[in-house]
Design a protein around this ligand. Structure first.
Ligand SMILES: *Cc1c(COP(=O)(O)O)cnc(C)c1O
Length: 218
């Protein structure tokens, strides 16, 4: 059994985003030939180059922080943008998706970690975006907010990580019940990486983003 198959078995219905950032095309092709179709990258230029070189049935997920002025480069092909952390970015994704006559799925990134440096929205900002989204459907026809994403603190203390994932899962439930009743595509909770995906799954993750465990250290 390969590491890939072991992980797939462990995940069950949880989706796997194979995080291929910094890894060569050849490494992605190996996993592609094993059947993997969802790949995650955190840099726009690198993702665009890999998109051009690889089979077109790959789903590309932009998982890192995205600058507004770079949305236009990925709008023609990106499937999901995981780290939407401002209204400004959301509106730019709408604009570029409309230009390409596409619908782009997005996740709102929540700030759950203790580190100051990690990007993400607080609850107030989340509510502002959800209120805008639900009251202006005509202005946001080319995006679908399909869930939330978050990154736990980088620590060996599993209790801290678990608490942060619980917190994110609670925010997901709150968003769904208070703002998104009837939005049946709000289903994704993107949480968990190589070091903490098991805890994330126990806490309700629907989608894990795993890099080093699959491809080796960067
Ligand atoms: C790099 C990265 C990952 C994957 O990290 P690993 O520890 O290699 O599994 C997941 N999510 C984001 C946002 C990343 O930037």
């Amino acid at each position: 059994m390969s590491v890939y198959n072991d992980i797939l078995t462990e995940l069950g219905n949880v989706k796997l985003i194979a995080v291929s950032k910094t890894k060569p095309i050849a490494s992605i092709s190996i996993l592609y030939n094993d059947g993997q179709r969802m790949f995650g990258e955190n840099k726009v230029q690198e993702m665009t180059e890999k998109y051009e070189a690889l089979p077109k049935d790959i789903e590309w997920h932009l998982i890192g922080h995205l600058q507004t002025n770079k949305v236009k480069y990925i709008a023609p092909f990106v499937t999901m943008i995981h780290a939407v952390d401002s209204m400004k970015l959301l509106l730019e994704i709408e604009k570029q998706a409309a230009r390409c006559q596409r619908t782009i799925k997005v996740l709102l990134q929540m700030h759950i970690a203790q580190e100051e440096t990690k990007f993400g929205l607080d609850t107030k900002e989340l509510i502002e975006i959800l209120e805008y989204y639900t009251s202006n459907p005509d202005l946001l026809k080319h995006i679908r907010i399909v869930g939330l994403m978050g990154m736990a603190t980088n620590t060996d203390d599993q209790n801290i990580v678990r608490k942060e994932f619980k917190d994110l899962a609670n925010k997901f439930g709150y968003a769904k019940q208070s703002y998104l009743v009837g939005y049946d595509d709000f289903t994704e909770l993107s949480m968990g990486m190589s070091s903490d995906y098991k805890i994330a799954i126990e806490e309700g993750s629907s989608m894990v983003r795993i890099g080093s465990l699959l491809f080796g250290h960067r």
